[in-house]
Design a protein around this ligand. Structure first.
Ligand SMILES: [Cu+2]
Length: 148
């Protein structure tokens, strides 16, 4: 019965939250107000190599929180540039919009950013390192309307 412990935990949480309604701290209010449950963030990993994004097309949902993980497995620096996508997104407290709408990742390094995609649309993705788009380092991010 693998579902039993989870059900019990949920029941406990409901019972606790019912009791805690009047003692919520300001931090909890802030999280409730933003209505973003970061524990439900979807990990989206993109590999940067010479000269491609893998996957090159991302399908995300508007208002569904995402932890974007960029891993550079190439032989030199690459970046994940999508100014329109980053400008439309909202960021987790402590995160800010990447400067210029692009995140550079050095060789053998990785980067993470927590965000909520903005409005539905298709946003072009590219690496702005010299000649990399010419070598095919391009892609797209499709944000679809929230299914909920
Ligand atoms: Cu590149």
């Amino acid at each position: 019965m693998p579902a039993a412990p989870r059900s019990f935990a949920l029941f406990t949480m409901l019972a606790l939250s019912a009791c805690a309604t009047h003692t919520a701290t300001p931090d909890q209010f802030q999280i409730a107000a933003s209505s973003v449950d970061w524990s439900k963030a979807q990990n989206v990993t993109v590999k940067l190599t010479d000269f491609a994004f893998t996957p090159s097309h991302l399908n995300l949902q508007s208002s569904q929180p995402v932890r974007l993980i960029l891993i550079n497995s190439g032989t030199d620096i690459h970046d994940f540039s999508s100014p329109g996508f980053f400008a439309a997104a909202a960021y987790r407290q402590g995160s800010t919009m990447p400067k210029g709408g692009r995140i550079a990742v050095a060789k053998d390094q990785s980067a993470e950013i927590d965000l909520v995609p903005g409005g539905p649309g298709q946003y072009p993705l590219e690496c702005t390192e010299f000649l990399h788009t010419l070598f095919g380092m391009t892609g797209a991010i499709t944000v679809s309307a929230d299914a909920h």
